[in-house]
Design a protein around this ligand. Sequence first.
Ligand SMILES: [Zn+2]
Length: 264
Amino acid sequence: MPELPDVEVFRKYLNATSLHQKIREVKFHDRGMLKGISGPKLKSALEGQSFRSTDRHGKYLFAELESGSWLVLHFGMTGFLKYFKHKDKEPPHDRLLVTFSNGYHLAYDCQRKLGEIGLVDDREVFVTERDLGLDALAPDFNLAAFKKTLSRSKRSSVKSALMNQKRMAGIGNVYSDEILFQAEIRPESRVKNLAEEQLEKLFRELKGVLRRAIQCRAQPERFPRSYIIPHRRGDGTCPSCSRRLERKKISGRSAYYCTRCQSG
Ligand SMILES: [Zn+2]
């Protein structure tokens, strides 16, 4: 499922391929994914315009149009972007297809349809309406802000608190496991039981893991050998001590962790 690092990679991809080109045509292959806007309205808002910049908040990608409005994309469980020229390169489940005047296309593919497509005038209003916390990599999401937001989830498990988009935006099931592994904290530990130095370490690892993942273009095969993400599977073993990883359901999601290395 695309989380903050994946969506940041999509944002850079959109920047590298699709900015400042006139949008000739927009097609929807699934109008059910539109949120808060009709197909014809979104089509007329995009056609004839071009994307002039991008932004991201948590797992949401924003692409700014010349008009000042922003196309909003959420990638659900399976979403991704693909820029291509010839039809045979078109991905199989594209829900939105933008065709530029240079003959290239940008497809938003989302097989399981759990993402969303929208249009907003103001990103701040959108973030407020969705009740999203600060973006996990935003400069103003500092240690003080991290502690403050976690203090609202004292009784929940630390993994649930990291994944709660109202507390901080961008972290999901996979990256919360990595952050907790690097911080040597068990996913089910209660927030209220974490010591001051554990909170500080958790915060450092949160920023470090997300930044490193973006540097690795969110591709697990490029991750450092000390990372747990490439081992998150039934028979996976700990990259530090080789013990078989434990799997446990937390907030309905499968957490993977090492009972020896994560003692906090
Ligand atoms: Zn271990």
